[in-house]
Write a protein that binds this ligand. Structure first.
Ligand code: PAF
Length: 281
C-alpha cells in the first residue's frame, strides 16, 4: 500500500529523488488510473494527492455531496504502484482560512467557457495546484486532457510563474461507447447515460468534417447533439491554446452540456482544412 501522509512535514519525509505528481480530488476511476500509469515511469517517487478543494466550488455547488471513496482510492493507487498518497486536511492546505487567502488570478482565459459558467472555479483550481506544487515540489505533474481548459491554464501558470514543473497532459479515457470517464457520470440515470454518448459522437462527427473547415465542424457536431436532444452550454472550436481557430491548422473542439443533473465536458483535437486533408494522405 502507498504511504498515506496528511501534512507537509510528513510529505517531505516520504518523498525522495525525482517526483511525479498526479493531483486528484479522489473518487478515482480508470481515467485517473491512466494518469498514474503515465506518471509512474516519469520519476522515482510517484505522489497522488487526494483533496476535495473547497475553493473551486461555488456556494451553490454542493461541495459536501462530492463523492468520497478513500479506501477504494487507496486500492487503486496501490495497483498503480503509487508510492505516496498526500491527503491533507482543509486546514493544512488553507492555514489562513478560505477567505482572505492569497489566490491565483487565472487571467482572461479563466473567464471563458467553464469560467463563464463557474466564475470562481479556475481561481480555486490554480490556487490549490500552485499550493500542491509548492508542497510536493514535483519535477513533473500529470493532468487529463478531459478538463482541457484546466490543463491549458495550469500549463500557462507553470510557465508564467516559473514554477519549474513539467506539466504533462494525458489523453481522455473513454467508456466503450465513447463517453469520457468522469466522476460525474455516476449521477446519470440509465436513459441519460445512453443519451450522453451523443457528446463524444458529436466530437467524432466534428473531426470527420474537419477537411471542410470550421463551420462544417460546428454544424456536424451540433447536429448530433440536437438529434439526441442535447442543448449544449457551449460547443466551440478554438486553437489548441484556446484562442481563435485558424483555417488549415490544428484546432480544439470543446463541448459542455447538462444531461440530467450532471454537466458533462468533453473535447478533442480537430485538424482543419488542408491540414486534415494532408493527414488523410
Ligand atoms: O481535476 C481535478 O480533479 C481538480 O480540479 C484538481 C486539478 C485536482 C485541483 O483540485
Amino acid at each position: 500500500m502507498p504511504t498515506v501522509v496528511r501534512t507537509a512535514a510528513e510529505l517531505r519525509a516520504a518523498t525522495s529523488g525525482t517526483v511525479a505528481l498526479v493531483p486528484t480530488m479522489g473518487a478515482l476511476h480508470d481515467g485517473h488510473g491512466s494518469l498514474m500509469e503515465h506518471a509512474r515511469p516519469l520519476a522515482e517517487t510517484l505522489v497522488v494527492s487526494i483533496f476535495v478543494n473547497p475553493t473551486q466550488f461555488a456556494p451553490e455547488e454542493d461541495l459536501d455531496a462530492y463523492p468520497r471513496t478513500f479506501e477504494a482510492d487507496l486500492e487503486r493507487c496501490d495497483a498503480a504502484g503509487v508510492d505516496v498518497v498526500f491527503a491533507p486536511t482543509v486546514e493544512e492546505m488553507y492555514p489562513h482560512g478560505l477567505d482572505g487567502a492569497i489566490m491565483v488570478d487565472p487571467g482572461p482565459l479563466g473567464s471563458i467557457l467553464e469560467g463563464a459558467a463557474r466564475p470562481t472555479h479556475f481561481r480555486g483550481v490554480l490556487t490549490v495546484v500552485a499550493k500542491l506544487f509548492g508542497l510536493v515540489r514535483p519535477d513533473v505533474a500529470v493532468f487529463g486532457e478531459k478538463d482541457y481548459q484546466q490543463l491549458t491554464l495550469i500549463r500557462l501558470m507553470a510557465q508564467e510563474l516559473c514554477l519549474g514543473v513539467d506539466v504533462v497532459g494525458c489523453p481522455t479515457v473513454r467508456e466503450a461507447d465513447g463517453l469520457a470517464m468522469s466522476s460525474r457520470n455516476r449521477y446519470l440515470t440509465a436513459s441519460e447515460r445512453e443519451r450522453a454518448a451523443a457528446i463524444s459522437a458529436a466530437l467524432r462527427a466534428g473531426v470527420d468534417a474537419g477537411p471542410d473547415g470550421p463551420e462544417a465542424v460546428l454544424h456536424a457536431a451540433g447536429k448530433v447533439l440536437a438529434d439526441a436532444g442535447i442543448d449544449p452550454d457551449y460547443l466551440v472550436l478554438t486553437s489548441p491554446d484556446l484562442g481563435p481557430a485558424e483555417a488549415g491548422r490544428e484546432s480544439r473542439l470543446l463541448v459542455a452540456a447538462r444531461v440530467g443533473r450532471p454537466r458533462l465536458l468533453d473535447n478533442c483535437a480537430v485538424p482543419l482544412g488542408a491540414d486534415a486533408k494532408n493527414r488523410g494522405k
